[in-house]
Design a protein around this ligand. Structure first.
Ligand code: KG4
Ligand code: ZN
Length: 338
């Protein structure tokens, strides 16, 4: 019969996560537990994720996080029907911690093991959290990814565009670092932008008005650096205004690129996922676009937008439900969705 619960494991970047998701008789997913250990404290001094530190932190945290996820779900390992683990894309040392642990647990408990694409996890989250029908347009914006993806069905993804340089979260983090703000940079930049004047600095909008759905943020970052260097020492007001200008440019770019993708075909919804989905300026720009297009705007709740294992367990359930063959899994640092 159809599998009814899956243990998910996620260690592709700087979140150590485990979760149990069950499938009800109605076919819908139910999150029984969602344990996440964030490594922000380990990396903040460096202004970004340090791969070696991340891999070591996963080794130290993973067993405890898996035990917590099982306990919160009131399950033992032998009660679940399969184990699903993120096997790519991501930092290789980090992926290997999850994959090796999952393989050992699966062998010990005699359970099937599934290797899940992290991007597929993000892409299928709205089916778990909201009643979204295919096809929908997904904007994935995180520290490592910036893509517009057509989600046409389970296992049917088409990349419409992606960044040609920095990921959007990375652009926020680099901007924050340049302005002497903390890590992760997104929330810091957003806070300062609220107090700033978005019109004081005229910042460029790379690729604006060009064909297609690709993104570019490095020209924006460079222009901001040049403006900031000309002002040194920066006043608090300068920082506020630079953040406001940066965020306004980002919202305009994201909105213009997404508008192109909305015209590619009819959609049932516009979905945003990834850490940057927490940004209010980005969210309201997208929500306005969806309104204009007459379709639903869906932003999964923030703990399911950022990296988590519930999305991996859910993708595992869908994969099992589709009756897919199980193969031995390998960690793949690069693994595009299509
Ligand atoms: O999805 P996520 O938690 O992890 C991965 O990158 O996989 O995303 C983290 C990224 C960081 O770059 C962070 O600065 C950004 O999301 N972020 C934000 C906000 N909150 C987090 N960016 C802009 N505004 C925010 N409020
Ligand atoms: Zn992610």
């Amino acid at each position: 019969g159809a599998a009814s619960s899956v243990l998910g494991i996620e260690t592709s970047c700087d979140e150590t996560a485990a979760s149990v998701v069950a499938r009800g008789p109605d076919g819908k997913g139910k999150i029984l537990s969602n344990a996440v250990f964030s490594q922000i404290a380990e990396h903040s001094a460096f202004g970004g994720v340090v791969p070696e530190i991340a891999a070591r932190a996963h080794v130290e945290a993973l067993d405890g996080i898996i035990a917590a996820a099982l306990a919160d779900a009131d399950k033992r390992l032998c009660d679940v029907d399969a184990i699903a683990v993120t096997s790519g894309p991501g930092l290789i040392g980090c992926l290997l911690v999850g994959v090796t642990t999952a393989r050992a647990l699966a062998a010990a408990a005699g359970l099937p093991l599934l290797g899940i694409n992290h991007l597929e996890g993000h892409a299928l989250t709205p089916v778990l959290t909201d009643d979204v029908a295919f096809p929908y347009l997904l904007l994935l914006v995180s520290g490592g990814h910036t893509q517009l993806v057509a989600v046409e069905g389970y296992g049917r993804y088409r990349r419409l565009g992606s960044t040609i340089d920095d990921a959007l979260g990375e652009a926020f983090d680099k901007t924050a670092k340049l302005l002497g703000l903390g890590y992760p940079g997104g929330p810091e930049v957003e806070k300062r932008a609220l107090r700033g004047d978005p019109n004081r600095f005229n910042l460029p909008r790379p690729l604006f008005g060009t064909k297609g759905c690709d993104f570019s943020f490095s020209g924006l970052k460079t222009a901001l650096r040049i403006k900031a260097e000309a002002l040194v020492p920066l006043s608090e007001k300068d920082v506020d205004d630079l953040c406001a200008g940066f965020q306004a440019a980002v919202a305009a770019i994201v909105s213009e690129r997404t508008a192109h993708a909305l015209r590619v075909q009819p959609w049932n919804a516009l979905v945003v996922a990834g850490g940057v989905a927490a940004n209010q300026a980005v969210r309201s720009a997208l929500s306005e676009l969806a309104d204009k297009a007459g379709i639903a705007f869906v932003a999964p709740r923030s703990d399911l937008c950022t990296d988590n294992a519930a999305m991996i367990a859910w993708a595992g359930l869908m994969r099992l439900g589709a009756g897919e063959a199980l193969e031995d899994i390998v960690a793949r640092p690069r693994w595009p969705l299509d």
